[in-house]
Write a protein that binds this ligand. Sequence first.
Ligand code: GAL
Length: 327
Amino acid sequence: MFVCLIYLSVIKVQAAGKPVSQDSIRPGQVWPDSDGNHIQAHGGGIIKIKRTYYWYGEQRGKGLDPKFRYVSCYSSKDLTNWKFMGNVVKMLPPDTLSDKWVLERPKVFYNAGTKKYVMYFHLDDRGYKIAQVGVATCDKPDGEYKYVKRFRPLGHESRDIGQFIDDDGTAYLVFEDRPFGFRIARLSKDYMDVEKEMTLVKAHMEGGAIVHYQGLYYSIGSALTGWNANPNKYSTAPTLEGPWTAFKDIAPVLTNTYGSQSTMLIKVVGTKKTTVIFMGDIWKPKTQYDSRYLWMPLEIGDGKLWLPEPKPWKLNIKTGETSFSKN
Ligand code: GAL
């Protein structure tokens, strides 16, 4: 049976170019988009516009022009089947940066006031000394984003970034400030700036992800071990300002978060159930184009959070219910 499953997923990859429809989310496996190509949206973030989800991430596919850095965009109505909308960023090093620069963890926010899509990303040199965010904007979710500027949010170092949009629509950037911990800061009205610090969580963590669930804020972060997986942890707080509890494991320590690293938490509010999905990356540093995803519905509530052992599962986007699937 096991051999058979592996064989089937290989067939799917080979079928690149042919339409592929998914009935399940399969953590750790190749995840074909609707054209049959493995999704390239690493370190990503997701926004929902009306009924459509957009997933942005690092495009690390094979055969890209190494002069550029790329951000991909995929769209979906069910969070399971994704259509590649194109590379929305194809960028040369901005202003004085050398060509050995890094663009990671893109996150897009939609500003209803200006009707602009505002992308933040981690901008750095290969030694990760610059520690800034870059900002690019576009008039549509999947158009060509134009670079605007780069800066250190509120003057602080910023490496891994995460995005959080609260239930009232307020947009926040989560960023790792190496000397101190990680910060959660509110964006300005037009989202073009990072305006107000809500909290500094004094824990040396990155891959910061937040969800507001049943009146409590949950944050997940990973330890600073580069591409290598580590035991991700969570903390809770009644408000974004804190106080944040001590960090606890989200999965059995020895599994190193089942080989993944957090990038975002997605809340699906259905007619019957609210499901929170852990969205993680399984990095393959030597073959980044083959990096995988670990998405699983979390067991969450009453201040507790747990990542169940990954296995294929289905999401009913209308009701919010999930079930495990046979393959
Ligand atoms: C990780 C980080 C990734 C990338 C990598 C580079 O810690 O989460 O986004 O920056 O380091 O080594």
